[in-house]
Design a protein around this ligand. Structure first.
Ligand SMILES: Nc1nc2c(c(=O)[nH]1)N[C@H]1C(S)=C(S)[C@@H](COP(=O)(O)O)O[C@H]1N2
Ligand SMILES: [Mo]
Length: 499
């Protein structure tokens, strides 16, 4: 783990609890969260933890006066849960408990001060003394005040925890931002460019190259790991002749190349947009593995991220002649922190969960018998080859459309069959015959292709389906499947009204 002192290592207890929660989330809950909160699932989780903390702190505050033992027990349980979460984080050590224990001491101290305050301010001395005959409202006022104090105390504790975390994160974020700004994307011998005609020129179709700030983001990290290239290392370990360790300056000296690769998430539903195409720049993984010398018998490479996440990739996909890269840039710029700065793995043809490790720090050459990636014991397949699929971007499902001056409606989208290539796309109106769509120029067998079908539309409601055929001649399957365990399938189908 990259760290410059404990404050930028395993972060605050709040984040540790969140991280531990994510790692233990059952698949149904994960799907529920992704489906209902989308990419805001992390903020929702953090907000949820903050609310629980606040309520518990208020409870401690309320218990403080009458049931001090109960308040203490609750406090200790709270600290213990947070401590267990911190220790359960990958790469955590005893020193990571220091901030929590300091926080607990401050908390105890605050509690004792509040308790003394509450006890030494008896109702008789309050400003209600001028109403001697009316003790009822005084008692109620005391209870109300305790509630308020409890709430205030809770807010202070939560606020302090959040701020500590925020400070540590923004501090390391600044250093990383500077390092990122100083990075010059290496020149490559044969730059990859977008061929003319790759875009079919229909408004509303996903851009052929997705801008990096619009690129989908999927990971288990509650806060974006801030990995400083000064301390970053990529190590090759396991079944190798000799371990290799590459630091940031050394990586810059390696022969880099460009590759156009459409990255794809296994959680993508039919018609979903958890995918993106861009030009990646990096050092071929096979050259790194060759430096280490892979021993016979290995069949998997377990790549590990700075935050402990892992992916299990077939060794063959990293050693054959495809463009599996230790990528340092996307779309001509240093990787954004969200997408793995300083370095990540990208492998054509495989879903991200078995290949695309961001903030990568280690490649362990191993076997499927011995090791497994993060998602495998959580209900996802060991192997994750991308399924041939296609998506309708325009028109949008459920909308009303008007034919153009030529009487036609442009139906358009993208289709992908990474590392096999897209040969054809067909569109079906209602239950008619499959019609051939026009494809954008082929840029790479590892990249998607845009397509458009000029539909001579007739008035009324219509159903439109799309399917792709890969370069081997295999047609996309019509069999409907949910994302788990190895990727969704079926035809993207929409309904529109022409009028
Ligand atoms: N460190 C780390 N790398 C990761 C993941 C993760 O959770 N942690 N998720 C993977 C998954 S499931 C996908 S689909 C891709 C998404 O990459 P992106 O966020 O750059 O689009 O990253 C992969 N790499
Ligand atoms: Mo994914």
């Amino acid at each position: 783990m990259q760290r410059a002192g404990w404050s930028s290592g395993t972060p605050s207890p709040v984040l540790a609890v969140g991280g531990a929660f994510i790692d233990r989330t059952p698949p149904w809950l994960k799907n529920f969260a992704v489906n209902n909160f989308g990419t805001h699932d992390k903020q929702i989780l953090l907000a949820g933890i903050a609310v629980v903390l606040l309520v518990l702190s208020m409870l401690i505050g309320v218990l403080l006066v009458r049931r001090v033992m109960a308040a203490l027990v609750l406090f200790v349980v709270l600290v213990a849960v947070a401590g267990a979460a911190v220790i359960s984080r990958p790469h955590a050590s005893g020193v990571d408990l220091v901030p929590l224990l300091l926080g607990a001491l401050v908390g105890l101290w605050t509690l004792s001060i509040w308790r003394r305050r509450l006890l030494t301010e008896p109702a008789g001395q309050s400003r209600h003394t001028d109403e001697p005959g009316n003790t009822e409202p005084v008692a109620r006022a005391m209870v109300d005040r305790r509630r308020v104090l409890g709430a205030a105390l809770g807010a202070v504790v939560v606020g302090a925890l959040m701020t500590t975390a925020g400070r540590a994160i923004s501090g390391s974020a600044r250093a990383v931002q500077q390092a990122r700004a100083a990075f010059v994307v290496p020149k490559v011998p044969r730059p990859v460019t977008v061929p003319a005609g790759a875009s079919v020129g229909v408004p509303g179709v996903t851009p052929f190259i997705v801008p990096s700030d619009e690129f989908y983001r999927i990971d288990t990290a509650l806060v974006v790991p801030q990995v400083n290239p000064d301390t970053w290392r990529l190590r090759v370990t396991g079944m190798v002749e000799h371990e290799v360790e590459v630091d940031w300056p050394t990586l810059q000296t390696k022969p880099m190349q460009d590759a156009m690769i459409t990255l794809m998430c296994v959680s993508n539903e039919v018609g979903g947009s958890l995918n993106g195409n861009t030009i990646w720049t990096g050092w071929p993984v096979r050259e790194l593995l060759a430096e280490a010398g892979v021993k016979p018998g290995a069949d998997m490479v377990l790549s590990t991220s700075a935050d402990g996440w892992t992916a299990g990739t077939p060794l063959s996909a990293l050693t054959d002649n495809r463009n599996a890269l230790v990528a340092v840039a996307m779309d001509g710029q240093a990787l954004p922190p969200e997408h793995g700065f300083p370095a990540r793995i990208v492998v054509p043809g495989l879903y991200g969960y078995v290949s695309a490790t961001k903030w990568v720090t280690e490649l362990k050459v191993t076997t499927y018998a011995k090791d497994q990636g993060y998602w495998t014991p959580r209900g996802w397949s060991q192997m994750g080859p991308v399924k041939t699929s296609s998506r309708i971007d325009v028109p949008q499902n459920g909308t009303q459309v008007k034919p153009g001056a030529n009487g036609k409606v442009a139906v358009a989208g993208v289709a992908w069959a990474q590392h096999r290539g897209v040969k054809a796309v067909q569109v079906r109106i209602d239950n008619g015959p499959w019609q051939t769509a026009r494809l954008g120029t082929d840029a790479s067998i590892d990249a998607w292709r845009q397509w458009v079908y000029e539909w001579p539309a007739t008035k009324g409601q219509h159903t439109i389906a799309v399917r792709a055929t890969d370069d081997t001649g295999a047609v996309q399957t019509s069999v409907q499947a949910a994302p788990a365990p190895n990727g969704s399938s079926g035809y993207d189908t929409i309904t529109v009204t022409v009028g």
